[in-house]
Write a protein that binds this ligand. Structure first.
Ligand SMILES: [Zn+2]
Length: 130
């Protein structure tokens, strides 16, 4: 099920034309680096454990290793048999972000409409900020 549902891409040097690639880099930062335990980087973002166990699976003729596996929970994966990206958030600033995200409301904007003057030689100054 991990092979079927939880593999990102492949992308990177293996498949540079993948939709997640921009300017030669994966927008989701795959493949991840091998690390033996989950740590936080200097910016406070988690770097999840991706051990180099020497295990690969063959997808589209390419050997894929653990660096392409999206964080998951085995119980949820087996129960729902679908892609469920599960990541832990345990820093106090994440709770603040989550609170703001839940309460931000719908997207909205403020717009004004003005009467159009004829012709392209319009000398009227439009206050775009207004
Ligand atoms: Zn990617």
């Amino acid at each position: 099920m991990v092979t079927k549902y939880m593999i990102h891409g492949p992308c990177g040097r293996i498949r540079p034309a993948s939709p997640c690639m921009k300017d030669g880099k994966c927008l989701k930062f795959y493949p991840k680096q091998f690390v033996n335990e989950t740590i936080f980087d200097d910016d406070g973002y988690p770097v999840y454990k991706h051990r180099d166990m020497g295990i690969t699976v063959k997808l589209s003729g390419t050997d894929i290793d653990n660096r392409f596996v999206v964080p998951y929970n085995p119980l949820l994966l087996m129960k729902y048999q679908s892609h469920i990206n599960l990541e832990f958030c345990n820093k106090s600033n994440v709770i603040k972000y989550l609170f703001k995200y839940v309460n931000k409301g719908l997207d909205r904007l403020t717009a004004t409409m003005d009467q159009s003057t004829s012709g392209c030689q319009n000398s009227q100054v439009v206050d775009e900020i207004k």
